[in-house]
Design a protein around this ligand. Structure first.
Ligand code: ZN
Length: 131
């Protein structure tokens, strides 16, 4: 990775604080993760001009971090949404249960990342963003 030299090392205390701040959950999928599973991701990738500071950092599980790679949030959202749909479309059993009306498709459902739901709660609590 050519931008590796610009990456600041994140000390364990900062990593822990980030993890605690996210309620010990992955900032993207929201699942509970142990401290040893924590990876620190830049919301706006460094390779895309994102700053190497706390505001741009999020703790995430390794699978989410690897899936996101150097995508922006909106690119990651689009990738998550389309990949779930594409994977399911390939499965004959999925298409069958869909035909029989046993499941419904949530093709248009917008993926919401955990850190975004958390932001909403903070804003509701503080009244920030309300008029
Ligand atoms: Zn995750």
């Amino acid at each position: 990775m050519m931008y590796k030299g610009h990456r600041r090392r994140i000390d364990p205390d900062a990593r822990r604080a980030l993890w605690e701040d996210q309620n010990r959950r992955c900032g993207y999928c929201g699942r509970k993760i142990g401290f040893s599973e924590v990876t620190v991701d830049h919301i706006i990738p460094l390779s895309r001009g994102g700053p190497d500071c706390g505001e741009n950092m999020i703790c995430s599980c390794r699978p989410c971090n690897e899936f996101k790679r150097n995508r922006t949030i909106e690119e990651f959202r689009a990738a998550v949404q389309s990949s779930s749909f594409n994977l399911m479309q390939r499965e004959p059993e999925y298409r069958a249960v869909l035909r029989f009306g046993l499941i419904r498709e949530y093709r248009r459902k917008r993926v919401k990342f955990y850190f975004e739901t958390k932001q909403d709660r903070v804003e509701r609590k503080t009244g920030k963003g309300q008029k």
